[in-house]
Write a protein that binds this ligand. Structure first.
Ligand code: SF4
Ligand code: SF4
Length: 65
């Protein structure tokens, strides 16, 4: 399942360079993850790289919501 970004994202930009699939981009009000591009970093890292850098933990894996 893809990562989703909650509306409390502060647009800090920390997660963007971490994504091996270029799945994270600016949306209308805050950053968003393209669900068709996010693979939970499978094949690149053991854990979703973006989750580890988000300073306010507003990113979650969709299945966990
Ligand atoms: S989990 Fe990985 S592939 Fe998905 S948005 Fe985060 S960094 Fe990108
Ligand atoms: S690291 Fe978190 S707060 Fe920063 S832009 Fe990404 S989702 Fe938003």
């Amino acid at each position: 399942m893809p990562v989703v970004i909650a509306s409390d994202c502060i647009n800090c930009d920390m997660c963007v360079p971490e994504c091996p699939n270029d799945a994270i981009s600016m949306g209308a009000k805050h950053y968003q993850v393209a669900s068709d591009l996010c693979t939970e970093c499978m094949g690149f890292y053991e854990e979703p790289a973006c989750l580890k850098v988000c300073p306010i933990d507003c990113m979650t894996i969709a299945a966990d919501v």
